[in-house]
Structures are given as structure tokens and as C-alpha cells.
Design a protein around this ligand. Structure first.
Ligand SMILES: Nc1ncnc2c1ncn2[C@@H]1O[C@H](COP(=O)(O)OP(=O)(O)O)[C@@H](O)[C@H]1O
Ligand SMILES: [Mg+2]
Length: 273
């Protein structure tokens, strides 16, 4: 057994996985004069699972795009392994994979070709070894039957699993997941949680997971950050969060449905007016 943490192998691909850290420093993002992220700072340690939770529209996906280097913050900086993730040379050196909420597969390519695209472009291995990696990743996500299908023939949940399989084929050191369990049934959600945890525990892949799924967050996270209205309002371990007395946080983490609540009355009034 390998005992060193610095050089371990990715269980799904066999690639060397050296953990990378992420530093988000004073990041704000403004679109057409509207600020959607406001002065956000946090560090993600190498090999950590960092979960970002927050209501819809709080800025989770925007923040992931800044971390992935797909967009530049209006103010502040993001560093992945000490480098700017938007630069080509960083992307050549650090293997970073983003699992988009909607999958973002190429519709004109079969599932097989979607997964084989990255290793082919990077000339990593023979076609036979690429096929082996692709099939292995599809099997892990229980979607090997979809290998010859096109994305338009897949359900939402299958697209999501295929896009996670595609990320595994990229042998990532940093995995960014946007809502990885939305649209999945509880059994598949648990499988995804296990994959995220296995990649972290045994093979030190750093993960940032955006989710609404409280049980996913509280079971797999090393730390959880909560975003509201573009601000990071709290950051702590799952234990610390579970013990919180902050009423806004309790409301968010443990929502109660109370039909006597004035906001439902307001909805009724809107309907009839
Ligand atoms: N490209 C964009 N241009 C303008 N506004 C955007 C853009 N992307 C996101 N927004 C706005 O930023 C806010 C946060 O969005 P988002 O990060 O997608 O929320 P969520 O937390 O649900 O992922 C929303 O008000 C959204 O409308
Ligand atoms: Mg989102």
C-alpha cells in the first residue's frame, strides 16, 4: 500500500493525483452594473472536500466559473495551486474538471466520443487504453449501456452521470461539481457521494461541490461555506453548522413548511388579485 499522500493514484484511472489547493481572495463579480458576488475569500486545502451551499440565485454557479477560470472576477483573485486558472499554462499543468449542472455534453458526439475527446486531444494513451478508461468510468456511474447513444437520447439523470464519468476520464486533480445530485434518485445520489469521498479519502483529489443537498453536504464535506445574496455568510465544519443557532442559517438548513406563514397568505393574495 502507498503510504505517502503526495503521490497517490487515481482509483478510477490509475493516474498520479497530486493534490492542489485553491485560494479565493476578495472576489467580487459584477454583470452590467449588478454585483452578484461580493468580496468572497476562502481557501480550499489540498485534498479537501469543500461544499458550497446556498439558495437559488445566491451566486454558487458564478463562483464556480471564477474558480474554473472560465470567467475573470471583477475584483479579487483566484489561485489554483498558486496559479491563475484562466491561463493556458495553468490548465496545461493542473488537471481541472468542471461538472456542469446541465452536463454540457457535445450533442453531435456519442457518449463514447464525448468521453474520449479529452484524452485523444491530449494524446494520452492508445485508443485501446482510452477505450478501457472510458468504459471503466461509465461502469462506475452505471451508464455503460449509454456508450453508443447521443446526449439527446439520455434522461437528465443519465446526462449528469455521463458528465461525471467524463470528468473522471480527465484524471482530475481538482474537481468542481455544480449540483451533482440534482435530478438523481437517492441511490444514485449516494453513489455520487461515495465517488466524491473515495477520490478525496484515498487519492487526495481536491473537490469543490455546489449543492442544495443538505445530506450530501453534511456527510461528505470537510468544510461547508454558505452563500446568500452573493456573500459568504458562514464557513465551518458540518459539526459546527449543525450546532448553529443563527436563525437565518437554521431556516436555510432545516426549512419548515408552515402554511399559516404570512408568506403563503401573500402568495394566495397574489393568485386572486
Ligand atoms: N452571465 C451572467 N450575466 C448576468 N447575470 C448573471 C450571469 N450569470 C449569473 N447571473 C446572475 O447572477 C446571480 C447568481 O446566479 P447563479 O450563480 O447562477 O446562482 P446559483 O446560486 O443558483 O447557482 C443570479 O441573479 C443570476 O441571474
Ligand atoms: Mg447554479
Amino acid at each position: 500500500m502507498e503510504t505517502s499522500c503526495s503521490k497517490t493514484r487515481n482509483p478510477f484511472t490509475g493516474a498520479e493525483a497530486n493534490a492542489v489547493g485553491v485560494k479565493v481572495d476578495g472576489v467580487s463579480k459584477t454583470y452590467a452594473g449588478t454585483e452578484v458576488l461580493s468580496n468572497i475569500s476562502f481557501d480550499v486545502l489540498p485534498g479537501e472536500i469543500f461544499v458550497l451551499m446556498g439558495p437559488s440565485g445566491s451566486g454558487k454557479s458564478v463562483l464556480l466559473r471564477q474558480i474554473a477560470g472560465l470567467e475573470l472576477p471583477t475584483v479579487g483573485t483566484v489561485r489554483v495551486d498558486g496559479q491563475d486558472p484562466s491561463l493556458e499554462e495553468t490548465r496545461d499543468r493542473v488537471r481541472l474538471a468542471l461538472v456542469f449542472q446541465a452536463g454540457a455534453l457535445f450533442n453531435s458526439l456519442s457518449v463514447y466520443d464525448n468521453l474520449a475527446l479529452y484524452p485523444r486531444e491530449h494524446r494520452s494513451g492508445t485508443e485501446a487504453s482510452i477505450r478501457e478508461r472510458v468504459m471503466h468510468a461509465l461502469r462506475i456511474l452505471s451508464v455503460e449501456d449509454a456508450v453508443s447513444k447521443f446526449p439527446s437520447e439520455l434522461s437528465g439523470g443519465m446526462k449528469k452521470r455521463v458528465s461525471i464519468a467524463r470528468a473522471l476520464v480527465m484524471e482530475p486533480q481538482l474537481l468542481l461539481y455544480d449540483e451533482p445530485t440534482s435530478e438523481l434518485d437517492p441511490v444514485m445520489s449516494a453513489t455520487i457521494s461515495e465517488i466524491i469521498a473515495t477520490l478525496k479519502n484515498e487519492y487526495s483529489v481536491t473537490s469543490i461541490v455546489v449543492t442544495h443537498d443538505r445530506s450530501l453536504a453534511l456527510t461528505i464535506a470537510n468544510r461547508v461555506g454558505i452563500l446568500m445574496d452573493g456573500k459568504l455568510i458562514t464557513l465551518g465544519t458540518p459539526k459546527e453548522l449543525a450546532a448553529t443557532k443563527d436563525p437565518a442559517l437554521v431556516d436555510f438548513l432545516y426549512p419548515k413548511i408552515d402554511i399559516q406563514n404570512p408568506r403563503f397568505k401573500k402568495l394566495e393574495n397574489q393568485k386572486t388579485s
